[in-house]
Design a protein. Sequence first.
Length: 297
Amino acid sequence: MTEEEIRKRLAGRAAEYHMLKDDDPAMAEQAVGSSVILFPEFQKLKDEVERMRTELSMLLLERDELQFVISKNLNTAYMLEFGSLEYKAYEAQCTSLRLKRKIELIQAKLNRQEKINPAKIEETLDREFAEYQAKLEEQINKMNEAIERSKLPALSEKETKEIKQIYRSVVKSLHPDLNPNVSPAQVKLFENAVEAYKNGDISTLRIIKEMVVEHNLPEQEKDSLSVLREKQAELTKLIKTIQEHITRIKGEYPFTIREIINNPEKKEARKVELKEITAQYAGLIEFYTAKIKEMMG
């Protein structure tokens, strides 16, 4: 039953009440009693569902800002500050481990008095250290991503506020969790909005906002208390899920290194630590290289 239908029924019951109250007051009270209780409960539940929709849209905005903006900015800042040092440290570690393993393979051949084939040994090392090489490539990709992000135009304080407002309105109008009946085209539009938000592309978001306003999704018809109660239960689960996701994001990288980025002393200490690690592995590389030369000689 829609809100309009409820109002009409109440009006009808009120007229019935006035017709009966003079002849049979008890029957008049019975005729309208159930309807008088229904409308306040319906309206209260409707308001609660709308409040929860708003709360969910705010939580979705917070989650996406953490994932797509703050997290990206933290990672970019960290990679630009420490990325090259971390790469050198990890590369030195991989090189030293590979040389150590090479010594083991050569020694096994010597122990068995077999001929040493350097090319075969290198093939074995390539297979065994493929995972290390993949991690080095991943580090390079992260650095490239950070460099590209650093080139994006910085938003002003006013634009930052505007982009959040626009994105929230788009989320409320197009997010599938809030609008189960969105069409595939509207889902794609929402995905484009997410991508624009990731990249701070305020121009694209402004266009999408205008499209949403022009073709705004109709509010789902809440035609009964049972439907509202189901929606309330669904929103309760979604809100809990998003809250847990937000908590998890804040406990993971790169939020775990935010303190290092924002503290000059810790930042310098981290640089010193990475340089020391690289130097230690450089010493091992020199030692292992000399050892291999001696064994092969």
